[in-house]
Design a protein around this ligand. Structure first.
Ligand code: FES
Length: 147
């Protein structure tokens, strides 16, 4: 019985040819995949880059909200009868996390009674600046926020 079974099944030269061809194929595939992904129509693969998926549209009822941390940003997404609105959930006063007060139809800060409207503008309290507002896009039943 021969000790070197490998040499019997595949000569060294064939193995090296196979290895080089495989490496070339992997390199070409690695170069072509991003180019094809770039050229593929956006509507077939989702929203533009920089968009964070918040969840399904039906997860947030009309008049409701959702808080989440994505991409290092704490977001508050509010669903009105007409649209979704997204804000930084960090209060511009001293950084407390705001929440959606559906009774008052305002964004409220629990720390010092700061209130913001649905454009992020300060309505009452000590916050010195409006909340940062982020663009929202709904696509195929999913909600995305551009960070
Ligand atoms: S931290 Fe929000 S009002 Fe002070």
């Amino acid at each position: 019985m021969d000790e070197n079974v490998f040499d019997q099944k595949m000569p060294r030269r064939s193995f090296l040819d196979w290895l080089i061809r495989g490496g070339l194929f992997a390199t070409l595939a690695g170069m072509l995949a991003p180019a094809l992904a770039y050229l593929w129509p956006v509507t077939h693969r989702g929203p533009a880059t920089g968009m964070a998926e918040i969840g399904r549209e039906d997860e947030i009822p009309v008049g409701g909200s959702k808080k989440m941390v994505t991409g290092g940003t704490t977001l508050l997404v509010v669903r009105t009868a007409k649209e979704f609105r997204a804000f930084s959930a960090v209060c511009t006063h001293l950084g407390c996390i705001v929440f959606w007060d559906s009774q008052k139809n305002q964004i409220a800060c629990p720390c010092h009674a700061g209130f913001f409207d649905l454009d992020g503008h300060v309505v009452a309290g000590p916050p010195p600046r409006p909340l940062q507002v982020y663009p929202v896009q709904v696509m195929d039943g999913k909600v995305f926020v551009k960070l």
